[in-house]
Every structure is written in C-alpha cells, then in structure tokens.
Write a protein that binds this ligand. Sequence first.
Ligand code: 0L1
Ligand code: MG
Length: 257
Amino acid sequence: MDLLQIAKQVAQHQQKGQEMDKITLSHPKMNTDHAYEIQKLSMEQAIENGDRLIGWKMGLTSKAKQLSVGVEEAIYGRLTSSMELTESTLHVGPLIHPRVEPEFAFVLNRELKGEHITVRDVWMATECIFPAIEVIDSRYRNFSFTLEDVIADNASSSKFILGNQAFSPYFTSWDTVEVKMRRNGEVVQSGVGAAVLDHPVKSIVELVKMLNKEGLSVQPGMVVLAGGITEAINVYAGDVIEVHYDKLGTLKLHIEQ
Ligand code: 0L1
Ligand code: MG
C-alpha cells in the first residue's frame, strides 16, 4: 500500500471539495495506523502548499455521534489555518455536503504530552475556552465510511469558527452548559457539555494520550476542538444557524453559496 500516493489523492479531494470512494474499498487491509499516517501525510501536502497546523480536533466523542455513523471510538484530526473562519459566513459552494455542530474550543498555553496526562494538567495548561462551531464535510459519498476511512480523511475536518469572547476555564462547569442550535429560527438540536466524553476536558486528555502514541503533542498556542455537543446538521445556502450556549452567548453562521 503506497500511503503517500493515497495521501496525495486525499489531499486533492480535500482541497477541491470533491467526493471520493472509500479507501477501504481498494485497500481493505488499511488499519488505523495506516489511516493516521495517511492523515498526517495529506495534511503535510496542504502545509507544503502554504497552510499551517494550528491545532487538533477530537471527533466522535459522543455515543450518539458514534451510533449515527456506525463507528465506536473517538478519533482525532488536524486543524490548519485555512480552516478557520474569521467572518460569520460559510460559503458552501466549494464544499460537498457540509454539516455543522456546536463545540468548545480549548486554547493551550503550554505543551501537553505523555501517556500519564491528567485532567489537572489540562486545566493548568488551558489559557481560555471559546464557544465554537465546527463544519464537517466528509469527502466520502453520503458521509459513509469506516473508522479507517474517516481517520484518513482528517476526521471530516473542513472549517470552524470561534466566538468573539474567550472565557476563563473556571468561568463555569463546562459539562453543564446547555446548548441549543437553531436553523432559520427553529430549534433543531439541543445538548449539554457532558455529551463530550462526560466532560469536554476529558476529550483533551484523550487527545494527548492518542497523540503520545504517535510521538506527538499539543503545542502552546494551539486550539483544540473538544467534540460535538449535539448531533451535526446539514446546512444549505440561505440558512442562518444560531447556536446559543447558556451563559456564554450566541454564535451565528450565515450559510451562503
Ligand atoms: O467532528 C466529528 O465528530 C466528526 C468526526 C467524523 C465523523 C463524521 O464525519 O461525522
Ligand atoms: Mg466535531
């Protein structure tokens, strides 16, 4: 299996917003180690073309999410500078079948690494937390994939936006924050922070442990999306998405062609 060749194809589909066949159809022996290597190599392609690694995301962190895509474990992906939206508008023209989900984003102020990482280590290293919206856009037809496929496709990462206001990690109990997502004024999803591995901080612990297996770490200044608080919803040009985070305010995303 030529992992670099596969990674180049994945990178092209990600860059052009084009659907592709599941890699496991042509490479049924691909395992999760291969898949994370493909993810790394494909993101290196993007970085060679001018993008920059700015953080990590955790995906499939809730039972509901795992059930909805038929995958039974949390995964991680890489976030790059070109994924960050700086205006509250998402252009769906270049994307395939985007979905959005509310998340919390942790920003770290010191390196986090090692298999013995604790919740305390994460709190000591957390500079601030933002309410955030993640846009996922699987490159596979019908959002249908195996665990290995979705890892190789950078955990469906596409775009993300952070709120304007950062919060102290001690501002609230993040597992109790209630979240409501509206599409064009109608509530379409609601959830609570505990949906993310019982507490979003545990997602950061899990990420550090997973990265450690690859000899990687979370660097100071990096942003980490902890995982979806509700199920993701499809979005279409003309939609207005509003996510209300109890006590933290509301994030709006205008969906345009
Ligand atoms: O961020 C996520 O939880 C998505 C991970 C990949 C699975 C999917 O595309 O739904
Ligand atoms: Mg997510």
